[in-house]
Write a protein that binds this ligand. Structure first.
Ligand code: NDP
Length: 248
């Protein structure tokens, strides 16, 4: 690695939505950003080009977070060719909604494998290299639903609340190596994921938000930038909401 190389950050699911905003913000903060995505190469490339056009540094990094062999291979490739990651943001996620009695095995397995196991695989792969470097910041993007639960989202809630216990455990394991692990629980943020809601559903949700408006992906990205930076050096194992006050 060159002495003046930028610190490296990988954001999973950074082709759109919250992940894209996080990638753009971390690039503005001076990181070389690795943009992970699943299948949407065109959108991922647009995020990379946007970052490069404003003078930042970004690379595409396609893999499926739910496949641990792919994850290990890509994290080793980054460490070998660029150096260890300073920051990992586990943002990739899906939701397959439905009431419990109609919950299909394959939908539950898919949700858990991407939203929970995917974050665990990436954390394990990043920690291997961060431990040698004796520094790092890992940020999990969970959800307010992991704290409150939600009818029709039991599988998603199980995955997202599973992240909370996982992250606290890993924060305890890795603290002595100066690796911090924190979890953000966004409320309703305007992206493709929430775009599927009806107007009636949106109005009902807004009545539960004291600030009275939906969040933007950049609201989550601001907190990631802080948790990535040395300004948060004494913060680990925490769960922090970005939810307009809908859960306190
Ligand atoms: P989007 O649906 O807009 O984007 C999802 C991202 O995840 C895409 O980049 C997608 O890649 C990627 N992805 C999906 N599956 C995989 C996989 N197997 N491997 C790698 N990448 C994958 O989501 P949001 O931006 O809305 O949400 C981002 C995160 O924030 C999620 O974890 C979500 O649960 C959480 N969240 C969102 C809230 C919201 O209101 N929007 C609220 C609370 C939490 P591709 O484009 O290639 O398909």
């Amino acid at each position: 690695m060159e002495p003046n190389a930028k610190p490296r950050a990988l954001v999973t699911g950074a082709s759109r939505g919250i992940g894209a905003a996080i990638a753009v913000r971390l690039a503005q903060e001076g990181y070389q950003v690795f943009i992970n995505y699943m299948g949407n190469e065109e959108k991922a490339a647009a995020v990379r080009d946007q970052i490069r056009a404003s003078g930042g540094s970004a690379e595409l990094c396609q893999f499926d977070v739910s496949q641990s062999a792919q994850v290990d291979e890509k994290f080793d490739w980054i460490a070998k060719n660029f150096g260890p990651l300073a920051v990992l943001v586990n943002n990739a996620g899906i939701t397959i909604d439905g009431l419990l009695l109609r919950l299909k095995d394959e939908d539950l397995a898919k949700t858990l494998s991407i939203d929970l196991a995917g974050a665990i695989y990436c954390t394990r792969a990043a920690a291997k290299h961060m431990m040698k470097a004796r520094e790092g910041s890992i940020v999990q993007i969970s959800s307010v639903i992991g704290e409150t639960g939600n009818a029709g989202q039991s599988g998603y809630a199980a995955a997202k609340s599973g992240l909370l216990g996982f992250s606290k455990s890993v924060a305890k394991e890795l603290g002595s190596r100066k690796i911090r692990v924190n979890t953000i629980t966004p409320g309703y943020i305007e992206t493709d994921m929430t775009g599927a809601l009806t107007e009636n559903q949106k109005e009902a949700i807004l009545r539960t938000v004291p600030l009275g408006f939906f969040g933007a992906p950049e609201d989550v990205a601001s907190l990631v930038a802080f948790l990535a930076s040395p300004a948060s050096r004494y913060i680990t194992g925490q769960v922090i909401g970005v939810n307009g006050g809908m859960y306190m």
